[in-house]
Design a protein around this ligand. Structure first.
Ligand SMILES: C[S@@+](CC[C@H](N)C(=O)[O-])C[C@H]1O[C@@H](n2cnc3c(N)ncnc32)[C@H](O)[C@@H]1O
Length: 262
């Protein structure tokens, strides 16, 4: 697909897919430092890949940049257009997009790990969307992200006689992602790999709620009456690692980087 900002189509909401983040504002709230790292300047053209409902796209725009938000989910784009009617948002897949006019920067928060089919193809598309010297600034889940959560899911699935869940995410090590970036034509300027335990304040049912929202693809096709007991078991198994006195805490591990198109 090729996207040209001046001739953007404003898509209706054909149903879409992907988890709604309406109650998961912490995802974009934790992206605020990434906007600082991007350091958008007035007049710059910035593409936000996997923009979700557009909170960070709007933040970047508020610094004076021209923005385009792209997301694979029609439902997300519908919400983004409703929240920020003056901004440009379009449905698109990170594996399959191109732009007519190069951008000064591509930004992405908490989205690249969902583009797991071919991460190098995503990097190639980002490179082609940037002018030489353009910046790619992003954060994604890194190796070990949600390890306790995933272990609890695997055990629960096994106990219920289900096939090991096929995880929809790509959580690379810093070395792996840096290699992909370098091979994809980027010079890596900064790469951080850090634990970020994250309170699941908006998940009253703890790990089970997290799976319902972020692991929704794993629940598709399961017998409906199995889902609740299965997720109750995930909670039991995950609780020793993830439930604190103050509430549930997700064991997030992040990769944050800034790279420049060579
Ligand atoms: C956790 S949300 C993050 C949204 C936003 N960046 C933020 O920080 O609030 C991940 C987003 O990636 C989008 N996404 C997943 N796979 C995608 C793909 N292949 N191409 C484009 N967007 C994708 C999802 O629809 C979702 O909106």
């Amino acid at each position: 697909m090729r996207y040209d900002t001046p001739s953007l189509t404003r898509w209706p909401a054909p149903g879409g897919s992907g988890a709604s983040d309406s109650s998961f504002g912490y995802v974009s709230a934790q992206g605020a430092p990434l906007v600082e790292l991007l350091d958008p300047r007035p007049g710059e053209r910035v593409l936000d890949l996997g923009c979700g409902t557009g909170a960070l796209t709007s933040e970047i725009h508020s610094r004076g940049a021209e923005v385009l938000g792209i997301d694979g989910s029609a439902a997300m784009i519908e919400k983004a257009l409703a929240h920020y009617p003056g901004l440009d948002f379009i449905i698109g897949d990170g594996h399959d997009f191109s732009v007519a006019e190069p951008y000064d920067a591509v930004f992405s928060n908490a989205a690249l790990h969902w583009m797991s089919k071919d991460p190098s193809a995503v990097i190639a598309n980002v490179r082609d969307a940037l002018r030489p010297g353009g910046r790619f600034v992003a954060e994604l889940g890194g190796a070990g992200n949600c390890a306790a959560m995933i272990a609890a899911m695997s055990t629960a699935w096994r106990e219920y006689g289900l096939r090991e869940p096929e995880l929809p995410w790509f959580f690379p090590t810093p070395a792996e992602y840096a290699t992909r970036l370098e091979q994809g034509g980027f010079a890596v300027r900064l790469l951080e790999y850090f634990d970020r335990p994250t309170p699941l304040d908006e998940c009253p049912d703890g790990a089970a709620d997290w799976v319902r929202v972020f692991g929704a693809p794993l629940l598709e096709g399961l017998p409906p009456d199995l889902v609740d007991p299965l997720l109750r078991r995930v909670n039991e198994l995950a609780a020793p690692a993830l439930r604190r006195e103050t509430g549930w805490m997700a064991d997030y591990v992040r990769l944050r980087f800034a790279a420049v198109r060579r």
